[in-house]
Design a protein around this ligand. Structure first.
Ligand SMILES: C[S@@+](CC[C@H](N)C(=O)[O-])C[C@H]1O[C@@H](n2cnc3c(N)ncnc32)[C@H](O)[C@@H]1O
Length: 248
């Protein structure tokens, strides 16, 4: 039975938003000044949160969308039990595909399909790495520090018949990549950026999503300072994907 966790007066609080996402909310929305997270199973305990029945669930807005199949370019991405080119379970891992920050990266993959080696940092259920492989990447490495994520990503890869092209691990590999995807919070993107740059192949691209409007300029500045060329990005629902190119 889906439930909603309501955090009163936290609309603009980025930390609360990510607390909901990291606690497993399949969708997060603002209602007035409140932040609401939708949970499919038992909701977690968060300070100051109220648990409510998911009355808005399946009313045609984005609340229920994460549980439905959706199209990204030629790919139909579907939850377990439904037909699709990529059928994904999420469990406690992040990656329903409907969060704007994930969709921004999926859209980029569909618009400019990768061909080489892809590194997906914060892979969650593997959605970005698996979509990259389906769309043409030669190989991918998915990294996640959450021990719950990797087995779910592995089972999604096996179901898709992509296990032989996806390596999953808890730490960053050493080899160079043509495309690095990172959909985590702004602070983590900035912390990881120097390490990611050493893994970016000549002519490669770092695609950083999960950056709120409030932090966009700061993240762009940080990436430029490291020597990347930042021609721009894309926005959706107050979230940004920043596209940064190797200048070497
Ligand atoms: C917002 S989710 C993104 C999941 C999926 N890639 C997507 O786009 O839907 C962020 C993921 O990053 C992982 N994560 C957080 N910090 C990390 C770090 N320093 N290194 C690797 N993974 C990290 C979290 O465990 C979580 O699975």
């Amino acid at each position: 039975m889906p439930t909603v966790l309501r955090l009163p007066d936290r609309r603009s609080d980025e930390e609360s938003l990510w607390a909901l996402v990291e606690a497993g909310a399949v969708e997060v929305e603002a209602e007035g000044e409140d932040l609401l997270g939708l949970f499919v199973g038992e909701p977690p305990t968060l300070p100051g949160a109220r648990v409510e029945p998911a009355l808005m669930f399946d009313q045609g807005d984005t609340w229920a969308a994460s549980l439905r199949p959706f199209q990204v370019g030629p790919l139909r991405i579907a939850p377990l039990g439904q037909p699709g080119d990529l059928v994904l379970e999420s469990g406690p891992a992040f990656g329903s595909g409907q969060h704007p920050s994930t969709r921004l990266v999926l859209d980029r993959l569909a618009l400019r399909p990768p061909t080489g080696r892809v590194l997906d940092v914060g892979t969650g259920n593997g959605i970005l790495a698996l979509a990259a492989l389906r769309l043409g990447a030669a190989s991918a490495v998915g990294v996640d520090t959450d021990p719950a994520a990797l087995p779910i990503a592995a089972s999604n890869a096996a179901r898709a018949g992509l296990s032989d092209r996806l390596e999953l691990r808890a730490d960053l590999p050493e080899q160079p990549f043509d495309l690095i995807l990172v959909n985590i919070v702004a602070d983590t993107v900035l912390d990881l950026a120097p390490a990611l740059l050493t893994r970016l192949a000549p002519g490669g691209e770092l695609c950083a999503s999960g950056v709120s409007e409030l932090r966009r300029a700061e993240v762009e500045r940080g990436l430029r300072r490291l020597g990347l060329h930042v021609p721009g990005g894309e926005e959706s629902g107050g979230w940004w994907r920043i596209d940064a190119l190797a200048s070497w």
